[in-house]
Design a protein. Structure first.
Length: 250
């Protein structure tokens, strides 16, 4: 039975999260409804990265199996019935052993901070009008690259075997065009609440509320009660999910 990847983008504001849930509207449930309308079949999707309620995505993926041949016009058909805040970017056949979640090699997130009132970032950033030391923020971001255990930044009651993540990029930069301060992080995997916890706690370093040494102690403590998780979901974007080059059927 052929396997397909669906590449999606969405604003998460109106949804309880990426994954289907009982008595709550999700990205997955909306796409499964659209598939049923277009293909006249019940489809169960498997997602790559489970973004929380309110988190946005420039790129995320599902996979599904179906006997039918899915052509490019189905992208148009599905977008015609989906809500305005969810878009299908592509549907492509992949090899049968490819899994949307487990075959992924890296994920990249960005967190947007707006320090001035900006109507174009409303609902897509954290309005944070405090004076920040950008150099100290970057020092904190560099410190993260020295570690692999991020239990301190994981929400409780997560069903994971370990708290190890291989961070490849951790940096702050100013996007002058969009008038935003952005944190960019890339890793093989992320824990639940991890990016928001990291951002919130680093901002305390940038405000001189805690020192770089105290930030290190929070990481090394493996105690999430010491980290800060106040960053709202609205500033967080899943930017990309990457896979090996040879996963697609041509």
């Amino acid at each position: 039975m052929p396997r397909y990847f669906i590449e999606v983008a969405y604003l998460g504001t109106n949804y309880s999260g990426f994954q289907k849930q009982k008595n709550a509207n999700s990205i997955q449930s909306e796409i499964e409804k659209a598939l049923y309308i277009v293909l006249k079949k019940e489809i169960n999707l498997t997602g790559s990265s489970r973004t929380d309620a309110g988190v946005h995505a420039f790129q995320n993926f599902f996979h599904f199996d179906i006997d039918d041949v899915i052509d490019k016009k189905r992208v148009y058909n599905m977008n015609a019935v989906l809500p305005f805040d969810i878009a299908i970017k592509s549907i492509k056949a992949v090899k049968l052993n490819v899994h949307a979640r487990f075959t992924a090699t890296t994920r990249e997130y960005k967190y947007f901070i707006s320090q001035q009132k900006n109507p174009f970032l409303e609902g897509k950033s954290w309005h944070y009008p405090y004076k920040l030391n950008i150099q100290k923020l970057q020092q904190a971001a560099d410190i993260l690259l020295q570690y692999s255990n991020f239990q301190s930044f994981s929400k409780k009651h997560t069903q994971v075997n370990n708290y190890l993540c291989n961070l490849q990029i951790s940096e702050w930069y100013i996007d002058k065009e969009n008038d935003a301060l952005i944190y960019r992080v890339k890793a093989n995997r992320f824990l639940r609440g991890m990016v928001k916890g990291i951002v919130s706690t680093m901002l305390l370093v940038g405000r001189n509320k805690i020192s770089e040494q105290e930030f290190k102690k929070i990481i090394e403590s493996k105690n999430n009660l010491l980290a800060d998780f106040t960053a709202p979901s609205q500033g967080l974007f899943l930017c990309s999910v990457q896979y090996p080059d040879d996963i697609f059927e041509y």
